[in-house]
Design a protein around this ligand. Structure first.
Ligand SMILES: *Cc1c(COP(=O)(O)O)cnc(C)c1O
Length: 394
């Protein structure tokens, strides 16, 4: 696109899609693709799910937007449903993942000021990804995201992921830390799940020092990892939980949620959003959540993901270039021993949509509605592709 009028922020693949259904996309030439990425963990219900289409078209024909200066009954209903499924007490709707994390960072600072800490800090992790706004790119643990945008936002301290001793040391020696922001599974950072020891330890650390434990579930949320929210594998709750991506199945909506002492931190005037929780967006959230629940898709994601990881593990058992196969539910990664970005284009040519993150991790985030047959196709096509590619390189 030499004369594109778009800012050149993405290196785009040479394909455009015109239609989708479930786990399948059709391009401008009529060729079909198995979508094992779902718009990067967004279309959990697959493309053109009838419940979402119906919610959008019915609500759009009735009322799209009023304002948060009025009562919005659909927003109340969406919040009640989300609260029930997430276990969180109060919810603020916004429009993206980065915006949800901005809300969380504001809560962390408010919590600090309420405790008399003038310059509160948030502890964040190496290899984290939290978004592209100034505060969230600062929180992100990847220099490539930050270079060129200095000065970064102050008020962040960084620690190593899955290193409880390091986090404990920092918290014990820095009384200005008022919150910890962490992904239960790092997505962009390479599909790395947190260890249970790390997560349980962070919860205890936050309890001991009166810090907010804030989980970024923008990617792990909404059924993706086998639970409605990934934290639900533990027997505790976070203080703050953010989500977006799968919450709207492609409609841009996010949420910052809070529990217990954090639930009433925001007071009138503290935060706002013109579009947060419009009647249209709220109708979509309700449709998505009700469908996830009715079709038991979190459970399905957990079971299907476990099978897929198991089969890839078996297929790559004697293959030297594959370092690890890992995942939680339908958030899966295949780590190779070398940069493998070119696999994306090779897969595309074969009608398969995948992604590579952190240089050498093949990332799979298929719709939660993926059928057993589609999973078999994904496993066989991708196993063969990776084996052939590795063989051609050695
Ligand atoms: C995608 C993502 C974000 C950013 O979400 P946007 O909607 O692109 O702003 C933040 N955190 C995590 C963990 C993500 O995966």
């Amino acid at each position: 696109m030499a004369n594109s009028a778009l800012m050149h922020t993405y290196g785009r693949l040479p394909v455009a899609f015109v239609e989708g259904k479930g786990a399948w996309l059709t391009d401008t030439d009529g060729k079909t693709y198995l979508d094992a990425l779902a718009g990067i963990a967004v279309c959990g219900l697959g493309h053109a799910h009838p419940a979402v289409t119906q919610a959008i078209s019915e609500q759009a024909s009735r009322l799209i937007h009023t304002s948060n200066i009025y009562q919005v009954p659909l927003q109340e209903a969406a919040a009640r449903k989300l609260s029930q499924l997430s276990g969180m007490d109060s919810i603020f709707f916004c429009n993206s993942g980065a915006e949800a994390n901005e809300g969380a960072i504001k809560l962390a600072r408010l919590h600090g000021h309420n405790k008399g800490i003038d310059i509160p800090h948030v502890l964040v992790m190496d290899n984290a990804f939290h978004g592209r706004t100034l505060a969230t790119l600062t929180a992100t643990g990847n220099r490539k995201v930050q270079i060129g945008f200095e000065p970064l936002v102050s008020g962040f301290v960084r620690s190593a992921y899955n290193d409880l001793a390091a986090a404990t040391h920092l918290v014990e020696h820095n009384k200005s830390i008022t919150a910890i922001l962490v992904e239960p599974v790092q997505g962009e950072g390479g599909l790395t799940p947190a260890t249970d020891e790390f997560m349980n330890g962070l919860r205890q650390l936050c309890d001991k020092h009166d810090l907010l434990l804030m989980l970024d579930e923008v990617q792990t949320g909404n059924g993706r990892t086998g639970y409605f929210y990934a934290y639900q594998r533990y027997d505790w709750k976070p203080d703050v939980l953010t989500t977006a991506k799968g919450l709207g199945n492609g409609f841009p909506i996010g949420a910052v949620m809070a529990h217990g002492k954090a639930a009433n931190l925001f007071q009138p005037g503290h935060h706002g959003s013109t579009y947060g929780g419009t009647p249209l967006g709220s109708a979509v959230v309700l449709a998505v959540l009700e469908t996830l629940e009715k079709e038991q898709l979190a459970k399905r994601a957990g079971e299907l993901g476990a099978r897929i990881v198991q089969e890839f593990t078996a297929n790559f058992a004697n293959i030297n270039g594959v370092k690890a196969v890992r995942g939680r539910g339908l958030m899966m990664g295949i780590e190779l021993d070398q940069p493998c970005g070119e696999l994306v284009q090779l897969a595309l040519e074969q009608g398969l949509l995948i992604n590579v993150t952190a240089g050498q991790v093949v990332r799979l985030l298929p719709p939660l509605t993926l059928t057993d047959e589609e999973a078999d196709l994904l496993i066989s096509k991708l196993s063969q592709l990776i084996k052939n590619w590795l063989a051609s390189r050695s």
